[in-house]
Design a protein around this ligand. Sequence first.
Ligand code: PFF
Length: 479
Amino acid sequence: MGYKKRKEGVIMEQKRENWGSRIGFIMAAAGSAVGLGNIWRFPYLTGENGGGAFIVIYLGCVVFVGLSIMIAEFAVGRRTSLAAVGAYKSYSPRWTFAGVLGVLSAFFIMGFYPVVGGWALAYIFKSFTGLLGAPEAIGDAFGAFIGNSVEPLIWMVIYLAINVYIVAKGVAGGIEKAGKILMPMLYVLLIVVAVKSLSLPGSGAGLEFLFKPDFSKVTGQTFLAALGQAFFSLSLGMGCMITYGSYLNKQEKLPNNALIVTMMDTSVALLAGIALFPAIFAFGMEPAAGPGLVFVVAPTIFAEMGGMGVLFSAIFFLALMIAALTSSVSLLEVVVAYLIDERKMARKPAVYGTAIVMAVLCILSSLSLGALAGVKVLGVGFFDFFDILTDKIFLAIGGMLLAIFTGWFVKKEDLKDELTNGGTVSFGLFEAWYVLVKYVIPILIGIVAVMGIMAIEQTSLMIFGLLIIVVLAIFSNKL
Ligand code: PFF
């Protein structure tokens, strides 16, 4: 492993890019994990699924499934020093499709993620321009905003341009630097809002909702939501952590790093819960408000706070935008790394070309909430199309394939070697981890994925998603 050596701007030695420092890698990987999934999705899923009991099950999924898969992704990435597609391919061309599926997932997630990122960006500014002036109109204003044919597109393009700027600068110079600055900022901003929320009279009920589990609310659906959320939130199942692991030097202890990233991700989700629910209960609002929770309920709460509310609102949406940014950067990087590793493209054209196609997908997604609402692809609008295809089908199957690949196709000695840095550091839980990855997790994800896929209402979309995977698998040798 070596660093790219530059002399007078000319690349002398085309070696793989590497993270500049350990803390840089951790901030970038945590930055990928911490995103809309934590601040937008986690609170509304918790609200919809009864609070504390959902959180307990979610934490179980994170510890027993998520953490193990993250360790596996880091190991496969660093072992091969290749991004997702190359990593799989280097074992056998039969497996190439699993990596390509990951790249496709990243691509499709980027078909809607920047739209929501753009909303967050817009709401930072809207906080100051009268959004909070009429609390009763906040819901309608949100609906009108996302359905507009021009305004959200402009914000999305600005948001995507920031991504392009960061990823074009490369692994150490762009992604790592952004993570190192933005992640600590995110923590501070969220803590500020959480302290304010906890200080409101009547906030205790929110804490009780979050941390006092009521297991009577638990159904099969709760497990599905919890496992799916663990995958999405930890950026697993699509080769993102394989790619980030591939830029990691051989001295790093993989299990430790995975543990730190997982703990950071979980703490931000809980912090977002603590920032929102005490205030939701203090103002007697509805915890099960669904995806609108962050964009409608949160501003309403800030409006109720009076003068300082504007500031808290801006801080909150800045935190949301920052969290989204470090994640979408990682999604863009998955596709870019594929083009660099497998298609031998240079970084800059890879970034620009990919972003242009993503922008087109995002325009369709955004318009599908307004002007193009009538246009359906396999029964749903573009936004839902990309969301359902990735969240419900690709990520779960991607995670299962990774577990099967790691447990059954990568040699056990190789894994041990990688996770103990050639026997120089200890990983006491290796055997337990191996059993989990080889036997328990594939079965567990298998059950949950099948249940989740069966629950998709649009049969044609479900068949389409599965068909893509089958076709990729058949032509795996040719990819
Ligand atoms: N983990 C991100 C979030 O919680 O918002 C989303 C994500 C990023 C998923 C990168 C998958 C990924 F590879």
